[in-house]
Design a protein around this ligand. Structure first.
Ligand code: ZN
Length: 136
């Protein structure tokens, strides 16, 4: 048992280029585990966005082909998940649709957080195709 496990570990390390999906699935398992324990993780577009906006995200995982809607307010520049008709922060109706994933990726790049694009994982899709590990 032990020697098999050790062997796999070494193999995975050396072959990390070829094992991207497995690495992403492990990241998802890590996020899910932390989330279920009430630890440093969030799932779903709204909570990931809230955490990203204040620089709490360490690593985000998002389904590669997911399309997530977001809304930007021209009045206060607030970014919201989903497509409310008015800005949830200032109430203005001067809002426009954005690609939430693009916005999240830019937000994370600005705070040196990482984004991993994963092939579809059923559990991740169930929570809205996006989840993240938090720094604190
Ligand atoms: Zn606003």
């Amino acid at each position: 048992m032990f020697s098999t496990h050790k062997c796999n570990t070494i193999l995975t390390k050396n072959a990390s280029y070829y094992q991207q999906p497995a690495l992403e699935e492990r990241l998802w398992e890590q996020i899910k585990g932390a989330y279920l324990r009430g630890g440093r993780a969030v799932v779903g577009p709204e909570d990931v966005l809230k955490a990203a906006a204040v620089g709490r995200v360490e690593k985000m995982i998002v389904t590669r082909d997911a399309k997530l809607a977001g809304l930007r307010c021209r009045a206060c520049e607030n970014l919201s998940a989903g497509t409310p008709e008015t800005c949830p922060v200032c109430g203005a109706d001067d809002v426009f649709k954005v690609d939430l994933i693009n916005e999240l990726v830019e937000l994370l790049a600005a705070t040196s957080a990482e984004t991993e694009f994963a092939d579809p994982i059923p559990g991740l899709s169930e929570v809205g195709d996006v989840a993240a590990l938090l720094r604190y």
